[in-house]
Design a protein. Structure first.
Length: 305
């Protein structure tokens, strides 16, 4: 692969929210390719798909004895100020219905697959892209009650086995301690958007990391985020963006208010940009970057049905 092509692929992936310049050639290119492109498998994960859903489905609803889902398309503004968002309102009977899956059934860095492909492999009823843990080598990663990484670095979101969710400082705890406290999933991206039902102040100035590739998440961008209204009552939101006349995206304060207006007590920002994707009943719901084309990511959150 040529240096120019490597650089194009790297620059496209590392532009999480604002864009970064191309990395250099030569030794820097080799380092960057190894860091951002070459898969590094740390573990093969047993991801046994759940049984195919047997609930009742329509174009925008799903219901079973464990799950109720309603999908709503929300359009506001006009012209180049149009914003198009998709809201999944989810109620489940137990936290274990909310699951996570890794691309290709492997844990590590730079292992990717389209969110819809990961979702289909798990017979998911509903799925969104996760935190793209595989772009980083830090953070606490607990998925489906098992620890995969324990290198606290930022503010995370912990999903409890009791259907709760709480923002927490990864650097003050450990994966084992979280599991001992009953945590079922953790997400490591951020920032937190809503706490105690209120927009968190200062999120319009937060940078989630300082290493290359994690530059500005400020401005209007495609977004994926999760919020909790009450135990086992979730809001999953995907906002399309960077598409003039269809959707400009949202700023973080706008996204936070979007959750508060819908009754969320806590909300948390996930990987966005071209990664933002929502899958429901076997099809992609949103239109990533206005091109109706997904971008590979390392993980999803999904509803087993």
């Amino acid at each position: 692969m040529s240096a120019s092509l490597i650089n194009k692929r790297i620059s496209r992936r590392v532009a999480l929210g604002g864009g970064v310049g191309l990395l250099g050639v030569g030794g820097t290119t080799a380092w960057a390719a190894n860091r951002f492109l070459i898969p590094h498998v740390e573990a093969t994960v047993e991801q046994t798909p759940v049984a195919a859903a047997t609930g009742t489905a329509s174009a925008n609803t799903y219901g079973s004895d464990t799950t109720a889902i309603t999908i709503e398309k929300v359009v506001s503004g006009s012209g180049n100020d149009t914003v198009t968002a998709f809201v999944a309102d989810i109620t489940v009977t137990g936290a274990q219905v909310i699951r996570s899956a890794f691309a290709n059934g492997q844990f590590g860095t730079n292992i990717i697959a389209n969110p819809s492909a990961i979702a289909a492999s798990q017979n998911a009823v509903l799925a969104i892209n996760g935190d793209y843990y595989g772009f980083r080598d830090t953070g606490i990663v607990v998925r489906n009650g098992k620890a995969y990484r324990d290198l606290g670095a930022r503010q995370g979101l912990a999903l409890g086995g009791d259907g709760s969710a709480v923002l927490y400082d990864e650097t003050t705890t450990s994966a084992d301690a979280l599991i001992a406290d009953g945590v079922w999933q953790t997400l490591s991206f951020g920032p937190g958007l809503v706490e105690a039902g209120r927009v968190i102040e200062g999120i319009d100035a937060i940078e989630i990391d300082t290493n290359v590739g994690n530059h500005s998440i400020q401005g209007s961008h495609p977004r994926t985020a999760v919020g909790l209204v009450a135990p086992n009552h979730w809001l999953w939101v995907v906002v399309d963006g960077r598409s003039a006349g269809y959707s400009r995206g949202m700023t973080l304060p706008e996204l936070a208010k979007f959750f508060v207006d819908r009754g969320a007590s806590v909300a948390y920002n996930l990987d966005g940009g071209g990664s933002s994707a929502m899958y429901f009943n076997g099809a992609l719901v949103n239109n990533p970057l206005g091109r109706n084309r997904e971008r590979g990511t390392s993980d999803i959150l999904y509803v087993a049905g």
